[in-house]
Design a binder for this molecule. Sequence first.
Ligand SMILES: [Mn+2]
Length: 477
Amino acid sequence: MRCLAVCQDELLIRMLGEILLPGFEVEFIVERGPVARRLHDAGIQVVAGDPRRTDTYLKADLSPGTCIIVEDNGRRSLKKILEAVRDAGGTLVYVLGVGAAATARRAEELHADFHDVTYLAMSELFGGPLLTEFSRSLTRARVQQYQRYFSDADRVLIMLHNDPDPDAMASGLALRNVLRRTKATAIIGALQGVTRPENLRMVNLLDIHVETVTEASLKEYDRVAMVDVQPHYFGGLIDRVDLVIDHHPEQPGYTAIFKDIRGDYGSTSTILTEHLRAVDVNISERTATAMLYAIKSDTLFFNRQTNRVDIEAFSYLYPLADAALIRKMEGAEITLERLDYVIEARRGGTLIEQVFCAFLGLLPREDFIPYVADFFLQIENVKWTVIAGIVSDSLVISVRNLGYSKNAGEFVRRFFSDIGNAGGHRAMAKAVVPLHAFREKFGDLNADDMTTRLHDLVAQFLHDVPAVERKPETVRS
Ligand SMILES: [Mn+2]
């Protein structure tokens, strides 16, 4: 493709030359003779001419297929140049904003007269990669610090939350990698092991060992790191750790020598991808596969709480991972017993104003609840799901939404943090409340009343008015 660039700045000309050659056939139109001669001597295709005159472009053989780039350094002659280009039949026109402040306003001004022209600001074109580089070196400094701190330890514990999920386990593998340790010197552990079928499948396919840790065995480690969870989760059992890496909102009340908490990231594996890249550690196929699966599952394949960095980590890990293995792991999510609870939720649950609520009764395992919550969020017209069920002596409530409405984490905190554990993100949250405490606050409800009550709470939260005032509206719809 042929490209004509109207530029006066030598640095810009040399840079464009470097970027566009050899893919494009590039010629520069330069106003001042001496600059043109110097560039010509440097081997750059250049013609001297007045860019405000139509015949300059005719002489340069401008055709409708020629791509024109015009430098905008804030001077007023820009409109004249664009008129001349238009008169000469130029249609593929790009204006490159360099150093001119308020590029957005400038772009708008131009658009009124020349709506085919695309305005590109140099700062935007460059900003992304430059900032990525800068933040990578910040991350590098951080990672090197904790690497040094961990280097002389005999035994390191990488602690995960109970019933570890793919993100927790993948983050454990990744941190072991960052610390350049083996499974003998960096133990991945949890107080309670893996139970969910799809997570067990991951454990088996990737040969991951999660050691069961007890309060007593905690003392056997020289250093303790935590991934995908923060110490407060363990309710006072662990109040001091050496390192915390997590993407859940930051919690107070513990001491950590190093921490990297990024609440706006979709997964802890995303943070660890950046750590691994920053210090240039090789990522094995097994670790990459685990991390890719973790990002997919924590973001529901980018359907919730996804950040540009999650997508970037995903595309970085993709070629390193075993995609066939991931497909195998994913197949484990649908099981007959889970479908039983989907049917149960369909039977007893109700959909009101795009909110689906259901109570599943007494359950043998907790994972049915988030599974059903995720499942119903896929259905057309459903924007929120609130699924509750009883597991041993607690009521567990999973909340999901599409991520662009009110915050699910705030919802569970508002109604349940006074009587139990409640927390989460914008798009996914969970509350675990002792059954007796729930009954004290809300009464001893039967299944149908429970569903109605959940609807009332969501409506109250979404409309921010007392439930009573909302009732007639529900009846109408
Ligand atoms: Mn996670």
